[in-house]
Design a protein around this ligand. Sequence first.
Ligand SMILES: *Cc1c(COP(=O)(O)O)cnc(C)c1O
Length: 429
Amino acid sequence: MNFYNLNEDKERLGFADAVCQGYGKNRGLFFPASIPRLADIDKLLEMPLVQRSVEVLHPWVGDDLDKDQLSAIVRQAFDFPVPLVQVDEHCYVLELFHGPTLAFKDFGARFLALCLQAFQAGKKTTILTATSGDTGAAVAHAFYGLENIRVVVLYPKGKISRYQEKLFTTLGGNIETVAVEGNFDDCQALVKQAFEDPSVTQNLNLNSANSINVSRLIAQVCYYFEAFSQLSPRHRNQVVLSVPSGNFGNLTAALFAKAMGLPIKRFIAATNANDTVPRYLQTGRWDVQATVATASNAMDVSNPNNWPRIEEMLATRIINPADLSGHAVSESETREAIKYLHEHGYLGEPHGAVAWRALQSTLQSGEVGLFLGTAHPAKFGQVVEKVIGEAIDLPDALKNSANKETLSTTIRGDYAQLRNILLAEGKGH
Ligand SMILES: *Cc1c(COP(=O)(O)O)cnc(C)c1O
């Protein structure tokens, strides 16, 4: 499979090179030259997750991994449950938060880590990434203990929750964490400086492992097939999918799944108050406003970095624009949704609640709603406990890391300090 750069379509790479490179020239995103179409979807839906995922991923990966290698990677990456849970008569949630860091980002990060390890073939690599919470934990766990790969994660000191921080700053080994005295934008600016600094890039083989990487997207395609495999066959042509969106990687993967042949009827791009996309879908105007803080903070993004891929699918009619609508959900609606779900026997959290609420306003008779549970409720325990008026249990992953020592180095936020850290360990790479 070839991928072309959406900003410079003469740049074309195979899967392995696109994974190792991340962005194309001119910060362009890679997009598949053609989306593979799968035969006999019903037969695929009968298969177990790992076997089916190999079939879904193989046409994207091509000869860059042989089927045994791919199969071993998938088995290792997707080794946790992905239950589909019925929430009410017409609605189901696909729970994507049973991996090691309790958010859906485990799927993409783990697949990316194992692909990179295979493609680098022993060459030393430094993953440098900034996080506002969930990504750092998913990336750190995904690469933890992998040979020849060193991970440096930057995060804004004091601006992420204690549980989020403990999940990835207590690992040690090949995972280095840097607390920056500043905000998330400061962290991102430092990472950008490092990628533009020849004294760093000449000495280290740098990769950012961020959510625009094609391997992360195609890994996510697999769980949409898993959702359908757990759904009664009589519902399979009536599914309306609601995706709680921030950078729109998850929705991009859902649209890929449809283009591959999964019969998703239509899509809802569900957002919080950061509603650039719902407004765009209604008015045709791309009008980015200042980002506002909400309870679903992993979706506090006003200029989503995956949107050009969705735009490409709509413009080329890979996806019929009539099949995608947007819906923005307010803070009070989010809280009411968590409350409603709890009263009906389901413990939700702000991101999934946004997606559930967006479904309610559009579901028509005969249709079946499917939304994604992107994070474990305990990760957003403060909001959830306040709304439902009860304490919630901590899963083991959070309990275990909460008692461990934080191993981060703190820096003031000037680039020289980060450069020293990168080069100190990187000498001899
Ligand atoms: C990252 C994240 C999202 C947003 O996903 P995108 O692919 O960026 O749209 C939603 N919910 C949670 C819990 C997340 O961590």
